[in-house]
Ligand binder design. Structure first.
Ligand SMILES: [Zn+2]
Length: 262
């Protein structure tokens, strides 16, 4: 950035000055040196793309390479993730994937324009579903899916789901909500009592909070009834009056989504 500012200031000097020709020659020399430096930097960099390529060395706590010169503005705004630090879980892998993701990233529309379009079409749709990695609306509703997604354990109609839908009515003029639960959901693999017992053993100091938590577990036999229960619960909420709320079941092992009569 400083280099660009320096060249700009030099370029805006008085061209009528008797030393201007010499100054121009000096500028060209400086520019040539800079170009050679940039070419050299680029050829010795681990990547010629605008962002550093994440290789296995980053996962072995090696220093993060510098941004190439073409991403100076980006480097000035965003700090690259500290790849010399080891992160828990799969975060190191996710960060490596993100570095690949941004390479071909297409800038999405801005919220101002999203709002205008949502208001014009009146088709903004929210999908409420489970956090399960097999229950992903962007996958089971296709690559052109452009709805909003609310996900929690089980895709249950919690208080925060109501808050989010109510807010999205104001923001994006949402009139349609689809509640999608899926078969083999983790919520059917524990009971509320088991979830409470596990949590108490892990964090006994949080006893009051744990005992007041409605986990929302249910039996696999109640799969359809649970979808109906959540749809009816949302429909009964006055703040969501006027919103079309329907229930759907995702067969986790075929990918098929079918409507539940509520
Ligand atoms: Zn689930």
């Amino acid at each position: 950035m400083r280099i660009v500012a320096y060249l700009s200031s030099r370029g805006s000097g008085n061209r009528g000055d008797q030393n201007s020709v010499q100054r121009l020659n000096d500028d060209y020399k400086l520019l040539s040196i800079l170009l050679l430096f940039l070419i050299f930097s680029s050829s010795t960099s681990t990547s010629s793309s605008t962002v550093p390529t994440i290789t296995s060395q980053h996962l072995q706590n090696k220093p993060f390479p510098p941004y190439s010169t073409t991403s100076l503005s980006k480097a000035a705004t965003f700090k690259p993730p500290n790849m010399s630090q080891s992160h828990s879980g799969n975060l190191d892998l996710f960060l490596a994937n993100n570095a690949e993701f941004v390479k071909d990233f297409k800038e999405p529309p801005h919220m101002v324009d999203i709002r205008k379009q949502a208001e014009a079409t009146g088709k903004a749709t929210i999908v409420l579903t489970c956090v399960d990695p097999r229950s992903v609306p962007e996958q089971f509703f296709g690559p052109k899916f452009d709805g909003g997604v609310l996900r929690n354990a089980g895709g249950r109609a919690s208080a925060d789901v109501v808050r989010s839908i109510a807010f999205l009515r104001s923001l994006a003029f949402v009139k349609t909500v689809a509640v999608v639960h899926h078969t083999d959901c983790g919520m059917t693999h524990l009971t509320d009592e088991e979830a409470t017992k596990e949590a108490l053993e892990r964090t006994p100091a949080a006893k009051d909070e744990i005992e007041n938590t409605n986990w929302g577990c249910y039996s696999a036999d109640d799969y359809i009834e649970t979808i109906k229960k959540d749809v009816l619960s949302l429909r009964a909420n006055k703040v969501l009056e006027g919103v079309s709320i329907t229930g759907w079941g995702l067969d986790t092992f075929t990918g098929e989504v079918t409507e539940v009569d509520v």
